[in-house]
Design a protein around this ligand. Structure first.
Ligand code: GZL
Length: 329
């Protein structure tokens, strides 16, 4: 009889323990901020660093439950993900938009559901800017203007300030803010210089494979290029492979100047070697700023509409192996 009583007691203690931990779990879930994050894809080193930065910042230790969706560079997938987040009743939606347009309806649905939205990275072009709480990202036009100004000075320093310059322009994903603004900077720079010409504009979709493919195909019939203006590093890596195959030299000791955007670690390595002439930084580390904005929102504080990340630009003259090895991306 005693054995039955002791077994029953053990069972009751076990039941109570499990019940508490489940309640604690439930309680701890209740205390977490549930964030639905629609990331546009995983197309580049930059995107991987951006995802890692946000995932690390919006961790359970920091008070979050993060629901993550990778849209594989397809806006329809992002619209589906956001609608799922709304159905799940998340507390906040974070959107890294593939393209600028096409967001009005789904952001109206989020607003109707009382779910605030924060934009990271690229911009959204919407009728009502109140459809999102704030944006964290880069000034892409400034990035392009830095590149164009640097190219002008570089050519003068080489004694080529008045020479006819043919520029091969490798664009990122059409309709993305990074592409729109980096392209605008180049086109405005060319418009102001009678001796600069954009020989061709190729769409590399921010991927290494596509960057390689479009430059390889172009070089089959055209090799009279002085500059490659590539809107991200992964497309630049592809272009470098195509140049190698075509037997064309590039970089500080080559016939073709290469300008690249993002400044991920691998690109900085090539820059230090003199293979890429200019790396314009596009800072993907949005996580800490995003955590700060969300916490400010929950503290009832007003948050800035636009938060710009700090960025620089690099040539082999301001790089070192130690600096590159210590980079976070
Ligand atoms: C820029 C970002 C761009 C990067 C690319 O903020 O949107 O998309 O430049 C990435 O590497 O694919």
């Amino acid at each position: 009889m005693k054995r039955i009583i002791s077994l029953a007691l053990c069972f009751l203690i076990l039941l109570f323990a499990v019940g508490c931990s489940a309640a604690e779990d439930e309680k701890s879930d209740d205390n977490l901020i549930v964030v639905g994050f629609s990331q546009l894809g995983s197309e580049s080193d930059w995107r991987a660093a951006n995802t890692q930065s946000i995932s690390l910042a919006l961790s359970e230790e920091n008070g979050y439950k993060l629901l993550f969706d990778n849209a594989k560079q397809n806006q329809e997938n992002q619209l589906m993900a956001i609608r799922n987040f709304i159905l799940q009743g998340v507390d906040i939606i974070v959107l890294a938009p593939a393209a600028e347009t096409g967001w009005d309806n789904v952001l109206l649905e989020a607003k109707a559901a009382g779910i605030p939205v924060i934009i990271v990275d690229r911009e959204v072009s919407v009728e009502d800017e109140n459809l999102y709480m704030g944006r964290i990202g880069s000034d892409f036009l400034k990035e392009g203007e830095i590149a164009v100004s640097w190219l002008g000075n570089k050519l003068v320093s080489l004694g080529r300030g008045t020479e006819q310059i043919n520029i091969l322009h490798v664009k990122g994903t059409d309709g993305s803010t990074a592409q729109i603004m980096r392209t605008r900077a180049l086109e405005e720079g060319v418009a102001g210089r009678s001796n600069w010409t954009i020989a061709a504009q190729l769409s590399g979709e921010f991927t290494e494979a596509k960057g390689y493919e479009v430059v390889r195909d172009y070089l089959k019939t055209n090799t009279d290029i002085d500059v490659i203006y590539s809107e991200n590093d992964n497309m630049t890596f592809g272009a470098m492979r195509a140049l190698d195959e075509a037997g064309l030299t590039y970089g500080e000791n080559g016939e073709i100047i290469i300008i690249s955007f993002d400044a991920v670690r691998e690109a900085l390595g090539y820059c230090l070697e003199g293979k890429i002439n200019l790396c314009v930084e596009c800072n993907p580390l949005h996580g800490a700023l995003l955590d700060q904005l969300i916490k400010q929102y929950y503290a009832g504080e007003s948050i800035p509409k636009y938060t710009y990340v700090e960025e620089a630009y690099f040539t082999r003259d301001n790089l070192s192996l130690e600096f590159i090895e210590n980079r976070l991306y």
